[in-house]
Design a protein around this ligand. Structure first.
Ligand SMILES: [Fe+2]
Length: 395
């Protein structure tokens, strides 16, 4: 008999799901007492017409209104841009933050929210050494109403208490952790993900898969995490290939948004045990490889090269991947799960290694970036595993 360990559960975002649910956004801001909404996004989404679709809802419904659109968010949540966006919010007396975009936009807005709430003008002030560990009870309410509308299904950033912020001067990604970072409302509207190209659909979907896998295999795992992660993995295995094949499949798009949200809920509550993300952060920081793509390549590599991490909860992982555990050792189960991820990679057109070549100097820099990453400091991987994983990730 194994008695479950103590755990608590915290989930701050209210989640609204369904095609067209975006029409409730102005009403929710009104209910939170906002009058001057700042819409924060990137230029690509302006060009794609998505920003206009959101703005029109406000124009038709009247109050509250959009006071301005900040569309200068760059790939990765870059510190310089976050500082600029916070200044823009102050100058425009913004009293509600509306984030519309993928992980970079959503994480940038979380950085802005933390800056406004903690009253700083440079995000480095609250992230010394690129870490901002404001865990409860240190993290106090930030008191800025915030709604997030993801336009990709994968990061789950709309509802997570973590923002991965890029220090462009040092070329490293840091973590901001704060219990009030999740949006007050997350609107999962599949109409905004139908235009996502197949590669981005696949890569971001694999980010969600990596969250669920990291959550299940975390030493901080519990039965709520298992429930969410198992179902998220089942949904991803079934619906990601469908969404990649036909971007307009609204059922697949909706279920992927939900899977992404479930996976981040599990990931956010599973502690700081993230070997896949540990290496993905270094790959992203040094080579600017998008986060989803980095995780898509690294999931099976970590399972194959560091099985020890996955053995304790191998039966749960196997359950998620639909594998019959009968007659199989934990080692066999982890192996078969890795094979299942590789099959999913093939079905979704994900390459098993990064396309770039890796020179010795970059490999060395990456090795140290893995070791110095916040997740690497908290849960260090053996040096030999880091080197092997980096080596195997490049052609
Ligand atoms: Fe991630």
């Amino acid at each position: 008999m194994t008695i479950p360990k103590y755990f608590s559960w915290d989930y701050r975002s209210k989640v609204e799901v369904g095609a067209g649910c975006r029409t409730f956004i102005p009403q929710r801001f009104g209910e939170m007492g906002c009058r001057r909404i700042g819409l924060i996004t990137d230029e690509g989404l302006v060009r794609a017409g998505i920003v206009n679709q959101v703005k029109e809802i406000f124009d038709v419904q009247g109050q509250p209104g959009i006071v301005g659109i900040y569309d200068r968010i760059e790939p990765d949540a870059v510190m310089r841009v976050i500082n600029d966006c916070a200044r823009w919010c102050r100058e425009n007396a913004v009293d509600g933050l509306l984030a519309v975009g993928g992980g970079s936009v959503l994480d940038s807005v979380k950085g802005v929210k933390a800056m406004l709430g903690m009253k700083v003008t440079d995000i480095k002030e609250i992230m010394p050494g690129n870490i901002g560990p404001y865990l409860a009870p240190m993290g106090k309410p930030l008191n800025i109403p915030h709604i997030a509308v993801p336009t990709t299904a994968g990061t789950g950033s709309e509802s997570s208490p973590i923002a991965v912020i890029y220090n462009e001067e040092q070329k490293v990604k840091g973590d901001l952790l704060h219990p009030y970072l999740p949006a007050d409302y997350a609107f999962l509207d599949p109409d905004f993900t139908v235009g996502l190209p197949p590669k981005m659909t696949a890569d971001t979907g694999f980010d969600a898969l990596s969250h669920a896998v990291e959550a299940i295999s975390s030493p901080g795992d519990n039965c709520m995490i298992d429930a969410l992660s198992i179902q998220a993995i089942k949904l991803i295995r079934k619906y990601l290939p469908l969404a990649v094949e036909d971007g307009k499949n609204l059922e697949a798009r909706t279920r992927m948004l939900v899977a992404s949200n479930m996976a981040i809920m599990a990931f956010g509550m599973s502690g700081l045990f993230y070997p896949i993300h540990n290496i993905a952060h270094a790959v992203g920081g040094q080579l600017r490889i998008p986060h989803g793509e980095a995780n898509a390549v690294l999931i099976p590599i970590l399972m194959e090269r560091y099985p020890k991490h996955y053995l304790p909860n191998a039966p749960v992982l196997a359950d998620a991947f639909g594998i019959d555990p009968e007659g199989k050792s934990p080692e066999d189960l982890v192996n078969v799960c890795a094979r299942s991820v590789r099959e999913l990679q093939k079905r979704c057109g994900v390459t098993p290694v990064f396309a770039q070549e890796l020179d010795a100097q970059t490999a060395e820099l990456m090795f140290w970036a893995v070791k110095m990453d916040p997740s690497g400091l908290f849960y260090p991987l053996p040096d030999s595993v880091i080197k092997e994983c980096i080596h195997c990730s490049f052609s």
